[in-house]
Design a protein. Structure first.
Length: 132
């Protein structure tokens, strides 16, 4: 059992191949409680239907029906303490600052490697456990 096995993660990514790759990375890290959503609206519906909440939301920025920033705002209203990792191809400083000002816990630029994802999860999990 991995050190992150207890995490319950909501993964929102509209590209099914990227979503599958991220899920495989999470499995390799020992994380098996993963709820998937193909768009922001689906992710929001999962948030609404999951009263126990999630330990981490991993979300793409550019998605149909509700983008990552819109989902972040909804998530912060429903579960303000839930960490939110934004994944995106956007690397310009303005986008990064917009995400940070909106309350993301971490920002990861695509494409990324498993060790980069693990590093972000570790930082978020460590800071979250300190607050708990």
């Amino acid at each position: 059992m991995g050190k992150y096995a207890h995490l319950n993660i909501l993964l929102a990514e509209d590209d099914s191949s990227i979503r599958s790759a991220i899920k495989a990375m999470l499995f390799d890290l020992g994380i098996h409680k993963i709820t998937e959503a193909a768009d922001g609206e689906g992710a929001l519906q999962n948030l609404i239907r999951t009263p126990q909440g999630y330990d981490l939301i991993i979300c793409d920025w550019n998605m149909p029906n509700k983008n990552g920033l819109e989902l972040l705002k909804d998530a912060k209203m429903r579960a303000p303490s839930t960490p939110f990792l934004m994944i995106t191809g956007r690397a310009d400083e303005e986008s990064v600052m917009k995400a940070l000002k909106s309350g993301v816990s971490g920002y990861l630029r695509k494409p990324f490697r498993m060790n980069q994802l693990e590093s972000k999860i570790k930082v978020i999990a460590d800071s979250w456990s300190e607050m708990a």
